[in-house]
Write a protein of this length. Structure first.
Length: 316
């Protein structure tokens, strides 16, 4: 197992380097001059324009900017946002790490809640609907899962916001001022699509496993159906489910931008959208870097979890 973890660790480090390189190239090739955009329609004074470019190393060759970027990531110093007022009162924007510190808790709650819903609701509903005893609830769960996978995050968010927030007024529709209640609708909107896929995947895998010969042998030994489902059928069926849940974290970040925008939440998704609108390359690179690191680490952890569930994976 330790050898397997070491191998996945090396692959993760290589993936991180490749992802950081792609992020840097993609962001630096965005159209427009980010420093020029700070001044709106009025051309900036040449001395201030040059000073801002020098401050953010934009006057250096691209390869030097790349090395500075890698060094900043390794040291945890992601730099500062572009100046809020380049004409005098603010010579430098807020630190990217400060922006992350203020936005990550909100997004972390949404992501953790969405993953919890996928695991608790998706796996449980999928496993129970696959049982032969679920003759009535099984088709109903299947129909609900099909509805969920057919509903984009944008539609789910607006529907939940309109029905349960604006019409019924059961839950708040914007901000985080209401505490835990503020996160209920965003979490449901963010997790709806993925939960439908988890239900369908779990249902299919459990049904296939229940038809295996060793399951029939367990029935022949007189074991209780609930015990067979929980102990003998569910564990091997979870391998592709765990891989999907962790591999889908990147897609959750995409949905995060939509959900945080609709429910007006001050999270990482909203900050990414704002940095793109403001052409704040420094902030955008820092935010996207953190997102990519989280996604790659989560996928590496999923490989380890799958190997712990199924010894055949690490032996292969």
């Amino acid at each position: 197992m330790l050898r397997f973890i070491a191998g996945r660790g090396a692959q993760m480090a290589l993936s991180l380097w490749a992802a950081l390189t792609v992020i840097f190239i993609a962001v630096t090739q965005l159209p427009g001059d980010p420093v020029r955009a700070l001044f709106g329609f009025k051309p900036p004074p040449p001395e201030i324009y040059a000073a801002v470019r020098a401050q953010f190393h934009l006057d250096e060759p691209l390869w030097q900017q790349y090395l500075l970027y890698l060094r900043s990531v390794l040291t945890g110093d992601l730099g500062n946002s572009y100046p809020l007022n380049p004409r005098g009162t603010a010579t430098v924007g807020a630190a990217v790490t400060d922006t992350l510190a203020s936005t990550i808790p909100v997004s972390a709650v949404l992501l953790a809640g969405a993953l919890l819903v996928q695991i608790a609701v998706g796996i449980l509903a999928g496993a129970l609907s696959a049982s032969k005893r679920a003759r009535v609830t099984g088709p109903a769960v299947y129909a609900v899962a099909l509805l969920l996978v057919s509903t984009p995050v944008l539609v789910a968010a607006y529907t939940l916001r309109t029905v349960f927030g604006s019409e019924l007024r059961w839950l708040p529709v914007s901000g985080i001022f209401a505490g835990a209640e503020s996160y209920v609708l965003p979490i449901l909107a963010l997790s709806a699509l993925a939960t439908g896929y988890v239900i369908l995947l779990t249902r299919s895998e459990v049904q296939e496993t229940l038809a295996a010969p060793y399951i029939q042998a367990a029935h022949g030994r007189g074991l209780a159906p609930a015990l067979i489902l929980r102990k003998h059928a569910l564990r091997p069926s979870l391998i592709p489910v765990v891989a999907f849940i962790t591999g889908n974290i990147g897609q959750l970040f995409v949905g995060l931008i939509i959900v945080e925008g609709i429910f007006d939440l001050p999270g990482v998704g909203g900050a990414i959208f704002q940095s793109i609108a403001n052409q704040d390359r420094s902030l955008l690179v820092g935010l996207v870097t953190v997102v990519m690191v989280v996604v790659i680490v989560a996928n590496a952890v999923s490989d380890v979890v799958v190997a712990a569930i199924d010894p055949r994976v690490r032996l292969a």
